[in-house]
Write a protein that binds this ligand. Structure first.
Ligand SMILES: [Zn+2]
Length: 238
């Protein structure tokens, strides 16, 4: 399976998944339909599946354009059905969905929104705004306890699992982590690497769960209290 990052809006990534053997293309969180369609078209691919992690418009606003142009079906969180247009197949925790010839498991990962889901394949995970490289989503709807549990659950994936977040927030995340833990070796190593990548204009994503377990203090937080303190410190960090 080939996975391509399409930069969209100010700092979103729309992920295109292509299975050459079966001629299948899925798009994850098309906040901008034209970007998703152009990204597929220029590769000679045709989108037949839309996967949604949560209702926020920067993840869902492009659904109508993609569906109108391709007739693709739309899979996403049943719990957020009323919050965005175009959901065909509502999903909840433990459900399974075929992405081409591969089966993904759906995990409920509440915190950023209450109905947020992640798509878990054997070797990769599409996590929306739950887990970022060096960070995590803001708690717009959920509690620190919920988000801490969601991150802990994702950290049970094998270390080599490739993680596809929906935003390029990595550099500002590591600025914060380096201020929080100035002598932390893993944070400093990753911070230097991220600065180099961004300096070269390259994406820092995808990441791996092993990298996040090593250098992401939000994932490393031992309990919900430690997590909550970090999250509110990050919310006011400039
Ligand atoms: Zn969001």
């Amino acid at each position: 399976m080939e996975v391509v990052a399409l930069p969209a809006l100010s700092d979103n990534y729309i992920w295109l998944l292509h299975d050459e053997e079966h001629g299948h293309t899925a798009v994850v969180d098309p906040g901008d339909g034209e970007v998703a369609l152009a990204g597929a078209r220029e590769r000679g691919w045709s989108i037949d599946q839309v996967l949604i992690t949560h209702w926020h418009p920067d993840h869902t606003a492009g659904i109508p354009a993609v569906v109108a142009a391709t007739g693709a079906g739309v899979w996403g969180p049943e719990a957020e059905r009323d919050r965005f247009a175009g959901l065909d197949h509502g999903l909840g925790d433990g459900d399974r969905v075929m992405i081409g010839a591969r089966e993904a498991e759906v995990w409920a990962v509440p915190g950023h929104t209450l109905g947020h889901i992640a798509f878990i394949l054997p070797d990769r995970a599409f996590v929306g705004d739950t887990l970022f490289a060096g960070g995590c989503g803001r708690l717009f709807e959920g509690t620190p306890e919920q988000m801490h549990a969601s991150l802990q659950r994702l950290s049970t994936l094998p270390d080599e699992t490739i993680i596809y977040p929906a935003h390029e927030y990595t550099l500002s995340n590591y600025r914060f982590l380096a201020a929080e833990a100035p002598s932390d070796e893993a944070v400093n190593r990753r911070f230097a690497e991220v600065e180099r990548l961004r300096g070269e204009g390259r994406p820092t994503l995808p990441t791996t769960i092993g990298e996040e377990k090593a250098s992401n203090l939000f994932v490393r937080a031992r309990d919900a209290e430690e997590f909550a303190r970090l999250r509110s410190a990050k919310d006011s960090f400039r």
